[in-house]
Write a protein that binds this ligand. Structure first.
Ligand code: GUN
Ligand code: ZN
Length: 477
């Protein structure tokens, strides 16, 4: 058992439900204490002067002049794309052919997969990300290695073998039978073991025949507690291809609905071009979408309609995702930076300055990614979208003690004057000051602001004074 003492900020509600008073969704302890038991579970929390007397003799780890948040949640990321993030020149479909499929093929060999997977988790921890929902490849070995490495690091993960049998080279695809056999073995071995959860993972409707989607549907019917993770409505050429391949479906979501895949544990990555009808049906199903702004900008996929997805008429559960390597950054801080900019770009239309008939002040307001909305989305909001809110996402007693320690002075030199923090330290005293600091971190800072990352009450990553990595790159070549 140990106690961490410092400034803690987490969320108790969705800030989009508190327009005009978003601080009501946040919980800030300028001098707080988090007591963690030997299993890594939060045993107690609150103001340090109230909590400390309840645990006499407990080891106290002071973390001064920092802001401590729940570990970040990356709702959509590709493990075997760790090496190809930021690859030049193409939009989604040619980018997959040129960069992604050849690199993912290398992960069919266990040694390459092991080295790449270690680097993937090193990058997550250096970014403050402690939970992810991830793609692997269509071969079992990659999925095994990902589950094993996550377990070795005691990290929470949702993943599963990828299903693809169309619109990819022969050496990349598998049949519905091969997919079902491999998935069944992996589910038995890994689902619900430690912090691992299994997701049925059709890559996208453009890469799936009716037989393959039916196989996914049968798996979900046989194991209703499994997650479903896929892509949806990312790119116009992709969407056109999906509607040609699945001509009996009226829209992209309709394909997944047809096979019984859309429900509370469903996540569709991207959703850039979702219609209002699709948003409404996702909302009614309790399903989630992952907003991947770095990727949507990098691949030129489009501007996700954040203000529409958060319309209280049909609020869709949202996680935010890096989508590495479509996204060119692992850092969820960079994801927030680009998410903010996407909201501002959407508002150039919605404020009526281009076309007065398109003006929608309420949607424009919801597009504005305040620091409350931003950090809720990568903590509790992400957990709610992934249906993990009873385990992670906030500092509630009984949850797993994953957290990130932010240092607003780590980052570009411009940060010092922007934040006004003294060289030696300084921490916010109020929730408004904390929010202002967090906005500076997401817009001006970068992953150098991640001083430490803790997993289940243990320090898993710390940045050293020179900006290097400590306790990381374990065994990486
Ligand atoms: N759609 C199908 N596969 C992928 C992928 O690997 N990345 C992205 N961004 N979209 C996809
Ligand atoms: Zn993706």
């Amino acid at each position: 058992m140990r106690a961490i003492r410092g400034a803690f900020l987490d969320f108790v509600d969705d800030p989009w439900r508190h327009v005009g008073n978003e601080r009501a969704a946040a919980r800030f302890l300028p001098d707080g204490m988090l007591v963690v038991d030997d299993q890594g579970i939060i045993l107690d929390r609150g103001p340090a002067d109230e909590v400390a007397p309840r645990h006499p003799g407990v080891e106290i780890v002071p973390i001064a002049d920092r802001l401590i948040l729940p570990g970040f949640i990356d709702g959509h990321v590709h493990v075997p794309q760790t090496r190809i993030l930021g690859s030049y020149g193409e939009q989604l479909l040619p980018w997959l052919e040129k960069w992604v499929f050849p690199e993912e093929r290398r992960y069919f060999e266990r040694p390459y997969a092991e080295a790449g997977v270690r680097r993937f988790f090193d990058n997550l921890l250096a970014s403050g990300t402690t939970t992810c929902q991830a793609f692997t490849t269509a071969q079992p070995v990659t999925t095994e290695v990902v589950f094993e490495e996550a377990a070795r690091r005691n990290m929470r993960i949702i993943t599963g073998i990828t299903a693809i049998d169309r619109n990819a080279p022969d050496w990349f695809t598998t049949s519905a039978e091969e997919f079902t056999a491999a998935a069944t073995t992996l589910i038995e071995k890994y689902h619900g073991v430690g912090r691992s959860s299994y997701a049925i993972t059709p890559r996208f409707a453009y890469g799936a025949s009716d037989e393959l989607l039916a196989a996914c549907g049968r798996l979900k019917a046989a194991h209703p507690d499994l997650w479903v993770h896929t892509h949806i409505s990312e790119n116009p050429s992709e969407i056109r291809g999906v509607l040609e391949l699945h001509g009996d479906c009226a829209d992209y979501l309709g394909v997944y609905e047809k096979y019984g895949l859309v429900g509370p544990k469903f996540t569709g990555g991207h959703g850039v071009w979702l219609t209002d009808s699709e948003f409404r049906r996702l909302s009614e199903a309790g399903a989630a979408v992952t907003f991947c702004p770095c990727s949507n900008l990098f691949l030129g996929s489009g501007l996700f309609r954040l203000g529409r997805a958060t319309d209280p008429e049909h609020r869709v559960r949202l996680s935010f995702g890096s989508d590495v390597g479509g996204g060119n950054r692992f850092s969820m801080l960079s994801v927030l930076e680009d998410a903010y900019k996407v909201g501002m770009l959407n508002n150039t239309q919605l404020d009526g300055s281009v076309d007065p008939s398109k003006k929608d002040a309420a949607e424009a307001e919801r597009n504005k990614l305040s620091p409350y909305r931003a950090f809720y989305s990568v903590t509790l909001g992400g957990a709610e979208a992934l249906r993990l809110e009873d385990r992670v996402g906030s500092f509630d007693i009984g949850k797993e003690a994953d957290f990130v320690v932010l240092d607003a002075r780590g980052g570009p030199s411009a940060m010092a004057w922007r934040t006004g923090l003294p060289a030696g330290g300084g921490a916010p005293a109020t929730v408004e000051e904390a929010a202002e600091l967090l906005f500076a971190i997401m817009m001006v800072g970068d992953d150098r602001a991640v001083a430490e990352t803790w997993v289940m009450g243990e320090r898993a990553y710390a940045r050293d004074a020179s900006g290097g990595l400590v306790g990381s790159t374990r065994g990486a070549p």
